[in-house]
Design a protein around this ligand. Structure first.
Ligand code: ZN
Length: 243
C-alpha cells in the first residue's frame, strides 16, 4: 500500500471560527481540493509551490471554497507557468470563475498555459494525472448550480471527500467506500439543514465506515473535537498527514 501525503491549507467553516483558515487540502503536492480565499497564502506558508499543482477540485461555489481561485491564476500567470492546469468543479464553474477573475484582475486569463475546465454532476468522473475523482451530488445549498462530494482514486487507494453537505445517502456511500474520508463537520451540536454536526451526524458517518478506515473532520465550527470518538480525527490548519 502506497502512503499518501495529505496537507490541510485550512480547516475552518465559512465563519473562520477562532481564526481558522478556510477549508482546503492538497493531496500528493499536486491536487488542491477547494480554493478558499487564502489558498495561495496558505500554500506559500506551507512551502507548497502553486506551480506544482496539476488540478484544483472544487466542491461548490460558496465563497469559502471558491474565491481563492483568482489569486491562484494570478500566481500562475506572473510566475510564467506553462504547464496546463485542470479545474474540476460543478456546472457553471468556468463561467463564474472567468467572470469574477476578469473583473478583479483584468487580463487574468491571458495566460501562456492552457486551462482545462471540467464541469461535473453526480455520477460523472474526471481525471488529472494520477488522480481520478467520482462526483456525487450531496445535500447542501440548493440555490447553487451544484454541490459535489468526491470519491477519489489515486495510487490504488480509495479516499473520499464530502465537500459541504448535510447527512445524506451520498455521504454514507462515500463513508462505506473510503479508506480515508475527509468530512465536513460544521458544528458540535447545532442543527443546520445544510451541514453535519459532531453530536448527531459524525457517529452515523463513522458507523458506515470500515473499522480500519480513518475519518478526518474539516470545515470546522468552534469547539469541534474528536475525544471519545474511535477512528475520528480533527484536521489542523497546516496539518500534514501520512495516510
Ligand atoms: Zn458551502
Amino acid at each position: 500500500m502506497t502512503d499518501l501525503d495529505l496537507r490541510f491549507i485550512g480547516t475552518g467553516n465559512a465563519f473562520a471560527p477562532g481564526g481558522l483558515c478556510w477549508n482546503g487540502f492538497v493531496l500528493e503536492g499536486r491536487y488542491l481540493f477547494e480554493a478558499p480565499p487564502q489558498a495561495l497564502q496558505s500554500l506559500n506558508a506551507m512551502k507548497i509551490d502553486a506551480n506544482d499543482l496539476d488540478a484544483v477540485v472544487l466542491s461548490h461555489h460558496h465563497g469559502d471554497h471558491f474565491l481563492g481561485l483568482p489569486f491562484l491564476f494570478l500566481q500562475w500567470k506572473y510566475s510564467k507557468r506553462t504547464r496546463p492546469v485542470r479545474i474540476i468543479g460543478p456546472r457553471g464553474t468556468k463561467e463564474l470563475a472567468t467572470q469574477i477573475g476578469r473583473q478583479v484582475y483584468p487580463g487574468l486569463f491571458d495566460t501562456r498555459f492552457e486551462v482545462e475546465w471540467d464541469e461535473l454532476t453526480g455520477g460523472e468522473v474526471a481525471t488529472a494525472g494520477a488522480l481520478k475523482v467520482f462526483a456525487a451530488n450531496v445535500k447542501h445549498d440548493q440555490r447553487l448550480s451544484g454541490t459535489l462530494g468526491f470519491g477519489i482514486e489515486i495510487a490504488g487507494r480509495r479516499l473520499g471527500y464530502t465537500g459541504d453537505s448535510a447527512l445524506c445517502d451520498a455521504v454514507l456511500d462515500l463513508a462505506r467506500d473510503s479508506e480515508v474520508l475527509v468530512s465536513e463537520c460544521a458544528s458540535v451540536d447545532e442543527t443546520v439543514d445544510v451541514h453535519m454536526n459532531l453530536r448527531d451526524d459524525v457517529p452515523v458517518v463513522r458507523a458506515a465506515m470500515k473499522p480500519e478506515a480513518r475519518l478526518i473532520l474539516t470545515h470546522l465550527g468552534p469547539g469541534v473535537a474528536a475525544e471519545g470518538l474511535h477512528g475520528v480525527e480533527v484536521a489542523r490548519d497546516f496539518g500534514v498527514y501520512r495516510i
